[in-house]
Design a protein around this ligand. Structure first.
Ligand code: TXE
Length: 492
């Protein structure tokens, strides 16, 4: 049995209370690792170590810090297969996906911000012949970094890299459901020779270790990725303390398919955008709107592709979808589908556990549609009820999508913008004017056209409305993890 330990001040230590909890392998329902159930006292020790390391680390030359980031990236590459296997066993995603998406991106996050740091230019402005201003970007102190269970090490490194690149130190609290790769990362960071206390890992429950980190008076900034409910709770905790806060939250992303789509070329990517990582990506397209002229033919083609997705053992190379992350999450997804069926939605495929998989938190790729569609009074009434249903407004975060027709650009923009979320949207069209015109009208932080999840880390990433506060990316992460100081000098 693997028992994880916290990583504080450069050393792996047990939680003070000696308590651990089991984290299951969602494919076998067996215990995968034991995780420290850390409390406020463990968090305080980690914060003290980070605080003590801050001045030495922040005064290092940027080139030196960049070299450390590159060493960590090399360490991730060296243990890539072990990390991919651990991520798969811990989270449920196919190992092939972890090996091609999660782990390479974790290494790239460090290399990307090493590059940003090495090539950064700052701002200077001559005001007149004897006066000019310039901007200093200064590190802030101890960063509290809290990450979710869907892309565990991918999202965690996306916070650690910029935080330490710019001279901060940090305390990291990974999700209690997927702590294994974070533990391996702590070994990689130790072996890279990063000065002790620069990065500290405290494992535990959100309401205990997570809450203690958010509350800690010596942690002036919190970067959180996770659910909107928890994001709101953290926001309430930090507001009175005037802490800097970055929130990357949930989504209910529309996928809009126009009749001029090149379906032969894009169908597989549209299906991938619905079900990749078991639909447990905040960027998955879960509300599919299709122009009425092609609604029937598209739906038939989409369902056929969905039925062909291989659901099974995450360690099998042929597997496209593994189990959901936990029993509780599986029950949440099942609840959404049961309610939708009770409201009269049609199940075009899926809707339950795959026949051949008796163990594990598996759920089949599921497609729901309005009970009736079309211009008849019954079809219009059914479509109206469908758009008002819970499955169309709340984040399921599982392999469940809906498909409904639309008749005009204005109608589908209104539908797409009708939820409390605004993380991303995806358009499929061969018309440039449709692409630019509709992208401009959508309430979303990211709009993809004829592609999905293509990420350029230089660009801002984040959501509007209840999908978050702030952005992450080249400039945005640097601005979050530093304070700008304008210096104005007169030199007559
Ligand atoms: O919980 P939480 P989950 C969505 C998705 C999912 C829902 C819940 O709908 O079902 O959010 O996510 C820590 N103070 N997304 O189950 O609470 C917790 O320990 C401080 C979208 O992950 O969001 C974990 O480390 N920390 C999202 C982290 O918060 C607290 C990806 C996230 O857990 C805390 C994942 C507290 N009071 C889920 N309570 C995305 N945008 O990618 C919990 N935590």
């Amino acid at each position: 049995m693997i028992r994880l330990s916290n990583f504080v001040d450069g050393t792996h230590v047990a939680p003070e209370n000696g308590k651990y909890f089991a984290s299951l392998n969602p494919a076998t329902e067996e215990v995968h690792v034991e995780v420290p159930r850390s409390e406020a006292s463990d968090v305080s020790k980690a914060v003290a170590a980070a605080k003590a390391a801050f001045s030495g680390w922040s005064e290092r030359r940027a080139e030196v810090r960049a070299d450390f980031l590159d060493k960590i990236a090399a360490g991730i590459d060296a243990r890539a297969e072990e990390l991919a296997r651990a991520e798969s066993l811990d989270q449920g995603k196919p190992m092939s996906l972890a090996a091609t998406l999660d782990i390479p991106r974790a290494a790239h996050n460090f290399r990307f911000f090493a590059g940003v740091l090495r090539h950064e230019l700052s701002v200077a402005a001559p005001m007149d012949r004897s006066m000019f201003s310039y901007v200093r970007r200064e590190p802030i102190g101890v960063a509290g970094l809290i990450s979710p269970w869907n892309l565990p090490v991918y999202l965690l490194t996306w916070k650690i890299a910029p935080a330490i690149a710019y001279g901060n130190t940090c305390v990291v609290k990974p999700s209690e459901m997927t702590s294994h790769t974070a533990f391996i990362l702590s070994e990689i960071i130790r072996d890279a020779g990063l000065p002790r206390g620069v990065v500290n890992f405290v494992f535990g429950l959100g309401g205990e270790a997570g809450q203690a980190l958010v509350e800690h008076k010596d942690v002036p900034m919190i970067s959180f990725t996770g659910g909107t409910v928890t994001g709101r709770k953290i926001s309430e905790t930090v507001a009175p303390q005037m802490k800097k806060l970055s929130l990357e939250l949930g989504g209910k992303n529309p996928t809009i398919v126009f009749k001029d789509v090149n379906l032969k070329k894009h169908l597989k990517m549209i299906v991938r955008s619905a079900f990749l990582n078991q639909g447990e990506i905040c960027l998955c397209g879960s509300r599919i709107y299709v122009e009425r002229d092609i609604y029937e033919s598209f739906t038939e083609a989409f369902v056929k592709e969905a039925r062909e997705l291989i659901v099974g053992d995450p360690l099998d190379k042929a597997t496209f979808m593994g189990p959901l992350v936990s029993k509780e999450h599986l029950e949440k997804v099942q609840g959404f589908v049961a309610e939708a069926k009770a409201q009269g939605l049609r199940v075009l495929t899926g809707g339950g556990r795959p026949e051949n998989l008796k163990n594990g938190f598996y759920f089949s790729p599921t497609v729901l549609a309005p009970e009736a569609t079309g211009k008849s009074s019954e079809g219009m009434a059914s479509e109206k009820a469908f758009h008002a249903s819970k499955i169309q407004s709340d984040e399921v975060f599982g392999p469940v999508v809906t498909i409904a027709p639309f008749d005009s650009e204005n109608e589908v923009v209104g539908l797409a913008n009708s939820t409390k979320y605004g993380l991303s949207a995806t358009l499929w069209t061969d018309s440039l004017s449709t692409a630019h015109g509709v992208a401009a009208k959508l309430h979303a932080g990211t709009v993809w056209v004829n592609t999905w999840m293509s990420r350029d880390l230089r660009m801002p990433f984040g959501g509007v409305k209840e999908s978050g506060l702030g952005r992450e990316g080249q400039l945005d992460s640097v601005h979050f993890f530093t304070e700008a100081k304008t210096v104005c000098i007169r030199h007559d």
